[in-house]
Design a protein around this ligand. Structure first.
Ligand SMILES: [Zn+2]
Length: 733
């Protein structure tokens, strides 16, 4: 460590906070207090334009939230004036010290990033094993040659991040001086920050994110919604016991760990300590028990997901046992998704059905400040948040001060706002040709993020493999008899319906027609003409990001109009066949139907397109009063097989009218505790459904999002907005 006599303040990160009386009694001990730094930093902090004040809540806001612990990041960067050739040696030295007043910050670090000629950046590994003492200047010397692996122009970026103490007047800041870069023995950059004309540029991490989208959430209550637009807000405002890493492995969330009974009878969750709800109530085992029981209650839309939970109990303040009726591997996914988010028992009880509508309380990194349904949602940072999953570099609090989401239903108005820069981010849009063209032309100032996710568009056939008697029973509200054994695979007398012209006596006709339609469909053309080439081809009932996806389905139905004509002739329709497809007026769906009509005409099938409201379509499907419809799902895992294709799911959500004892057993085996048994069942299920052409999978839809390049740190996950926390996101001023 070297003392430096001439000190210039490079950066001051200053947080002035107001104390709440309740916390006066636990102020910092005198031993922790340091005198203010030498020099007058409140005035000298701004020399050379070199200070950065981190965006932070003002005193009024702090008083409202009753909390003053703040985190932030300041950075500054400079383009290295000399081109660095590959193979050069580069040494960096700089002097710095960190300081604070009032309570010592809980975290204060310097990060150095090299921005490469191609715009990518890499963090220099310069974290000291032993952090230096506060208020002591010291000089670091680092060989950073290995980061310069291409010839060209580089930038060097210093980043200072801090989290202040939960203490009156808590301030954290860092000072820098004597930055020097030496390459091949020559000084190529030196700064002592004594000149007024230095041209380092400065920035602040934080800011407020403004976003637009077309549709609003329905409920901000994890137990009362499965809706995409609600899920993304719930992921921001609540937490789950576990979550997913990049490879879809489970990682800790509010549960630090879990033990599974070897016989699969129970799961014990060991909960994180020190977590609190937005209202200040503690998170503990009681909250988890309350949440799971609430998910089993009649207000819940997650009854399917928790059907195999027998009981849930608190073993102690931070341990919860979930006892199972039978093993259910999909339950883990539910615990990791927003349906399994933990609600605040205190607020959920107090506000009843207003919870998630006008009163909100979770443990997530953002709090709901206001929500005017179908107009505007305002979220503010949860300053207490420290328990972000390891998926994020920043474990909390979020860098963003807040997020405003404006709901603008009209595509043109929404896109116009975005194009004019009146909003930072456009969430989840349709790939309209002119918009996609504009986005391309606006790069790199505008970033278009197309992330794969488990979302599919399909044509659902009305496939009834149940006997007519059972179908009639279902229609009149009677339960399906448990001993029925009508199998498409084993029983050729089963009744298969596709099209009003189909006669129940001819079992194979429907199968042949469905197979013909799969061969007659040119999916590449549909992807291109109806979906602007955004997405990938879907081949089976599951998406290719799901665990257990079987790629053998991809070869089953190549585009082959001749084969389609042959199968139709075999079915007795050499002379043609008329079918009707139901669609909503969603533009890509309508375009898809128009393409299907053109393609199927080539093999003699006349397709009528009937455009209806979503509710009318649901009614027709539930009454089996249709040939087929175009629809989609967004669902992360292979319990989709059970969800759509088990007999007990008919007619809702088993909208395909599919069910037989043979496949029921397979769908049940997908729940097995044995990976091998589950995997085999998932693969068999996919193959059988496709052999029987039970569905025409079309397109896998990515999650589309566009943002102006001043939004930084935004990362995507294959679960897309399902596990969104925006912890690393910030908006550059
Ligand atoms: Zn609460």
């Amino acid at each position: 460590m070297v003392k430096i006599s001439k000190i210039r303040i490079m950066i001051i990160l200053l947080i002035v906070v107001v104390i709440a009386y309740a916390l006066l009694s636990r102020g910092p001990s005198e031993a922790q207090r340091l005198p203010p730094p030498t020099g007058s930093w409140d005035s000298a902090g701004y020399v050379n334009g070199g200070s950065v004040k981190i965006s932070s809540p003002d005193a009024e806001k702090m008083r409202e939230v009753g909390y003053w612990q703040i985190s932030g990041i300041g950075y500054w960067e400079k383009t290295i004036p000399t081109t660095i050739e590959n193979g050069s040696t580069v040494e960096l030295s700089y002097a710095w010290k960190k300081n604070y007043s009032a309570g010592a910050p809980t975290q204060q670090d310097i990060y150095i990033t090299i921005v490469k000629p191609d715009g990518t950046s890499v963090d220099v590994d310069n974290q000291l094993e032993e952090p230096p003492a506060y208020n002591e200047w010291y000089v670091e010397n680092t060989d950073i040659s290995s980061y310069f692996d291409n010839s060209g122009t580089y930038k060097i970026k210093f980043k200072y991040s801090y989290t202040t103490a939960d203490t009156e007047g808590s301030q954290a800041f860092a000072w820098f001086d004597e930055v020097k870069l030496v390459s091949n023995g020559n000084v190529i950059l030196t700064e002592s920050f004594q000149n007024d004309n230095d041209d380092w540029s400065f920035g602040v991490i934080g800011g407020w994110l403004y976003a637009v989208q077309s549709v609003d959430a329905n409920f901000l209550d994890p137990h009362r919604t499965k809706y995409d637009w609600a899920i993304q807000v719930i992921a921001l405002t609540y937490d789950t016991l576990m979550t997913f890493d990049e490879n879809m492995n489970y990682i800790p969330g509010l549960a630090e760990s879990w033990d599974i009974d070897p016989n699969g009878r129970y799961i014990d969750f060991h909960l994180r300590h020190g977590v609190k709800f937005h209202c200040g109530e503690p998170f503990n085992a009681d909250a988890v028990v309350y949440s799971i029981k609430r998910a089993q209650s009649n207000i819940s839309v997650h009854l399917d997901s928790v059907q195999n939970i027998q009981d849930v109990e608190a073993l102690d303040e931070y341990t919860v046992r979930v006892t199972l009726k039978k093993w259910d591997r999909w339950l883990f996914d539910w615990f990791a998704e927003t349906g399994g988010a933990i609600v605040c028992p205190h607020c959920a009880e107090e506000y009843g059905l207003d919870y998630g509508v006008s009163h909100f309380c979770g443990t997530g990194p953002f709090k709901v400040q206001s929500w005017v349904r179908d107009q505007k949602l305002v979220l503010v940072r949860n300053e207490d948040y420290r328990w972000g999953p390891s998926l994020y570099q920043n474990r909390g609090p979020a860098y963003l001060e807040g997020i405003t989401i404006d709901i603008i239903p009209a595509d043109i108005s929404r896109e116009d706002m975005f194009k004019k820069g009146e909003t930072d981010m456009m969430i989840g849009f349709s790939p309209r040709p002119d918009l996609m063209e504009w986005l391309e032309s606006a790069a790199p100032n505008v970033v278009t993020s197309i992330s794969p996710r488990s979302s599919m568009v399909y044509v659902g056939f009305n496939v009834a493999t149940l006997s007519p008697e059972i179908l009639q029973g279902i229609e009149s509200g009677q339960p399906i008899p448990s001993d029925h054994d009508v199998s498409l695979v084993n029983d050729t007398s089963s009744w298969v319906q596709v099209g009003s012209e189909m006669h129940p006596d001819n079992a194979n006709k429907g199968l042949l027609v469905r197979q013909a339609l799969l061969y007659a469909t040119n999916k590449d053309e549909i992807l291109h003409l109806a979906w602007e080439d955004i997405g990938t081809i879907a081949y089976g009932p599951l998406t290719d990001v799901m665990w257990g996806y079987d790629s053998s389905v991809e070869d089953m139905y190549p585009y082959d109009p001749a084969k389609a004509r042959e199968l139709l002739a075999q079915a007795g329709y050499a002379g043609g066949l008329t079918l009707t497809i139901l669609t909503t007026n969603y533009d890509p769906y309508v375009k898809t139907c128009e393409q299907l009509k053109l393609q199927w005409e080539q093999v003699g099938v006349t397709l009528n397109i009937l455009t209806l409201g979503f509710d009318d379509i649901e009614v027709m499907i539930a009454g089996a009063d249709h040939d087929m419809w175009i629809g989609g799902y967004t669902w992360p895992n292979a319990d989709m097989l059970w969800y759509y294709w088990h007999t007990i799911r008919v007619p809702t959500p088993g909208r395909f009218w599919w069910g037989n004892a043979y496949t029921d057993e397979i769908m049940e085996n997908t729940f097995s505790i044995s990976d091998n048994i589950a995997l085999k069942a998932i693969q068999d299920g996919q193959k059988i459904l496709m052999e029987d052409a039970a569905v025409l999978p079309l397109i896998q839809r990515p999650f589309l999002l566009a943002y102006w390049s001043n939004v930084k740190g935004y990362t995507v996950h294959r679960m897309a907005n399902f596990i969104w926390k925006h912890l690393d996101t910030y908006v550059e001023e």
